[in-house]
Design a protein around this ligand. Structure first.
Ligand code: ASP
Length: 336
């Protein structure tokens, strides 16, 4: 090989290795940036803001999405002024506060409790079902027994306020799920506040997803009624390759179409989160045998890129987002 050819060959080789090295560094640098910026949490309704703040404390310190969503939804569970979740929740028609909750992590582990009485943090019981039992769902007395055996405290969840409202309801006993509940605690000036179930979905700095969903269910439901919130695939679904989705509103409509799972599948097929949520709402409209005029359902979803979106049947559904860049309450678009 003459010197000139050797020189050309060498310079080609060295520029190739320089290119590869650069690419490697670029990749590492990019990965680092992405990892740092990943964390994001979204949740349903205005009370999601305080819940997101608690979740954010975990996420910003490189905590796991699973710990973040549990810490987040425990906030409204413990707040007696949130009358649709945990302590202070509105009772069923027999005056019993029965809670539904579920949790799911990035490895498709999931746990759930339904119709659980006397325990404020239903979500933590659901997590314990996931981590300590061979099962996924425990209900009623069995769920309570499991909680008590595992150190949870038995409490009266029916506050005077919710009890008085129930007694007033008994005068007419008209069963009509309220579309968007007004809450003077959150909007003392009498503005509209809409809230029901808290559904929360988070991605941590590792890019892993988890979700949690917890509620006292529809007010004045029949005793024993279970909604969508503790049903994996209806009120909540996580697929770490794709993203996650959660639901709020009239659970019967959500269960009918396996709402959260459907949304994740739409995202898997390339739909952005808002489009996926809209398509799920349209599926309800298409499939429901009921008149949906007074029925609210809201869906909320996030994909692996950290893009999020929501859609509801009726106006009035709000959701909250918290990340390193944003802390906001959004109004969801709606079909009607
Ligand atoms: N989805 C809940 C249920 O059906 C209630 C709600 O979100 O308003 O129990």
């Amino acid at each position: 090989m003459n010197t000139r050819r050797k020189f050309i060959k060498l310079s080609i080789l060295s520029s190739a290795s320089l290119f590869i090295t650069k690419q490697l560094f670029a990749h590492t640098a990019k990965k680092y940036d992405t990892v740092k910026d990943n964390a994001i949490v979204i949740s349903t309704w205005d009370f999601g803001k305080a819940a997101n703040a608690a979740a954010w404390e975990v996420l910003k310190n490189n905590g796991k999405a699973l710990d973040a969503v549990e810490a987040g939804v425990k906030v409204p569970e413990a707040d007696p002024d949130v009358q649709s979740v945990g302590l202070g929740g509105r009772p069923d028609r027999d005056g019993r506060v029965t809670l539904d909750a579920c949790i799911m992590d990035e490895k498709n582990n999931c746990g759930s409790v339904a119709c659980l009485e006397h325990i404020v943090h239903a979500i933590s019981v659901a997590r314990m079902v996931m981590e300590k039992t061979p099962h996924i769902i425990l209900v009623g007395d069995g769920a309570l027994q499991f909680a008590l055996e595992n150190g949870f405290k038995k409490e009266n969840l029916l506050t005077a306020k919710s009890e008085n409202e129930w007694k007033k309801w008994l005068e007419k006993t008209e069963y009509k799920p309220v579309m968007n509940i007004e809450n003077e605690h959150y909007h003392p000036k009498g503005d509209k506040d809409n809230h029901d179930t808290i559904g929360m979905v988070a991605m941590d700095n590792n890019g892993d997803f988890s979700g949690a969903c917890t509620t006292s269910g529809l007010s004045y439901k029949m005793h024993g009624r279970v909604g969508d919130s503790p049903i994996i695939g209806a009120g909540l679904f996580v697929d770490n390759e794709v993203g996650a989705a959660t639901a709020t509103g009239v659970g019967e409509e959500v269960i009918r179409i396996a709402g959260a799972h459907l949304i994740v599948e739409f995202m898997r097929n390339g739909d952005e989160p808002e489009v996926a949520c809209r398509k799920a709402v349209e599926r309800i409209i298409q499939k429901s045998p009921k008149d949906l005029k007074d029925v609210q359902v809201g869906f909320l979803a996030m994909n692996k890129k950290g893009e999020y979106g929501a859609y509801s049947l009726q106006k009035g559904f709000t959701y909250c987002i918290r990340s390193g860049k944003e802390e906001k309450i959004h109004d969801a678009k709606s079909a009607f």
